[in-house]
Design a binder for this molecule. Structure first.
Ligand SMILES: NC(=O)c1ccc[n+]([C@@H]2O[C@H](COP(=O)([O-])OP(=O)(O)OC[C@H]3O[C@@H](n4cnc5c(N)ncnc54)[C@H](O)[C@@H]3O)[C@@H](O)[C@H]2O)c1
Ligand SMILES: [Mg+2]
Length: 328
């Protein structure tokens, strides 16, 4: 099991009698974002998850699990001031993250840990979403030090949930790019594609960034048309996920269908190296491939790791298709 490194420094989410534990936690976190003093007080008794140059610090224990290690920050309150609020645990403990590596600003290298981590079958504690959230907030704070209108420095609030230009007063909030990911089916097969930048043999559902002013449904229909030349219908929502590549994408996942009479692909090779229809049997065996093939191994199709929303879409389709075929 993976556990991120964290340090415990000393006010908890106050218990309330008037509303549910969830409601009081959400209101508490919202107050910490708005009220610098309350946030500073919460930091005194918070769990601080440690990152180094945007990679979470994780340690494997002798039981092949990962356990947090307490780091001594001593009297270095400057470092603590750089902590960023992530949320509040079910035990009512405020949670922050802190990057103990300085001056990163090398976006490519800072993400190099993700492919390995995403492929690791060990469970995470807390879950991966939490680490993705911490990493994205740290990254946004580290890369948003100046106002894009005046060029003057921006200053963060205590929680690190907003930054204000010292000259114009413009307020900046953490930014993410909405992306649609869609698994298209013709009733018997599903459609996967690969970009030339993907690791060898990996295929995933089609994805694309939302253009300004588009609805999610419009993005989905446009991306499928652009990338493989098909028109989809019967769109249904599945789930969503934050994704660190390339800079904090907000992935919204859908299933969609095409008519079995219109499945001829016309792949745009500027966008995709390949796209193909896969049968349930092919998907079932691709889902069994747990580690990416190494150099020199025979070619094999494999799918995004289980923590990726693309994997979830494909698994949902395979489960549904299996039930449908067995019921026939
Ligand atoms: N989590 C998953 O399972 C999963 C699976 C597949 C793709 N993805 C992610 O989905 C994202 C989008 O997929 P894609 O690359 O096919 O998108 P895409 O088809 O829209 O093509 C990418 C291109 O779109 C342009 N673009 C437009 N808006 C952009 C923005 N806000 N940020 C960056 N580029 C922008 C750029 O020219 C870029 O090269 C990728 O970041 C990828 O990592 C995640
Ligand atoms: Mg795409």
């Amino acid at each position: 099991m993976f556990r991120p490194l964290k340090i415990l420094i000393g006010t908890k989410c106050p218990p309330t009698r008037c509303c549910s534990a969830f409601v009081s936690r959400m209101r508490y976190v919202n107050r910490l974002k708005e009220d610098d003093e309350a946030c500073a007080a919460a930091l005194q008794n918070a769990h601080i998850f440690l990152f180094h140059r945007l990679s979470p610090l994780l340690q494997r224990t002798e039981h092949r699990t990962l356990r947090p290690t307490a780091l001594r920050l001593g009297s270095d309150r400057t470092l603590l001031k750089e902590s960023v609020l992530i949320g509040c645990s079910e035990e009512n403990q405020a949670q922050f993250c802190l990057d103990v590596g300085k001056n990163i600003l090398n976006p490519g290298s800072s993400l190099s840990w993700w492919p390995e981590t995403l492929n690791d079958p060990s469970p995470y504690e807390p879950d991966l979403c939490f680490l993705l959230q911490g990493q994205a907030l740290l990254r946004w704070n580290q890369t948003s030090g100046f106002c894009s209108t005046t060029g003057q420095p921006t200053h963060r609030n205590r929680a690190g949930s907003q930054r204000v230009c010292s000259s114009s007063g413009i307020i900046y909030y953490p930014k993410m790019s909405p992306v649609v990911i869609v698994l298209v089916s013709d009733g018997k097969r599903c459609l996967l594609g690969r970009q030339s930048s993907f690791p060898r043999g990996m295929y995933s559902a089609l994805a694309g960034f939302c253009d300004m002013g588009e609805t999610l449904e419009e993005t989905l229909r446009r991306e499928v048309a652009e990338e493989v030349g098909l028109e989809v219908h019967s769109v249904s929502y599945s789930s969503s996920q934050h994704w660190p590549f390339p800079h904090s994408s907000f992935m919204m996942a859908f299933h969609a269908s095409v008519s079995p009479a219109h499945t001829q692909l016309n792949v745009d090779h500027a966008e995709l190296e390949d796209a193909r229809w896969f049968s349930l049997e092919e998907i079932t065996s691709a889902l069994q491939v747990k580690t990416p093939p190494r150099r020199g191994d025979p070619p094999v199709v494999w799918l995004p790791p289980k923590h990726a929303i693309g994997n979830r879409l494909i698994t949902e389709w395979a489960d549904r298709q299996r039930r449908w075929e067995e019921g026939e």
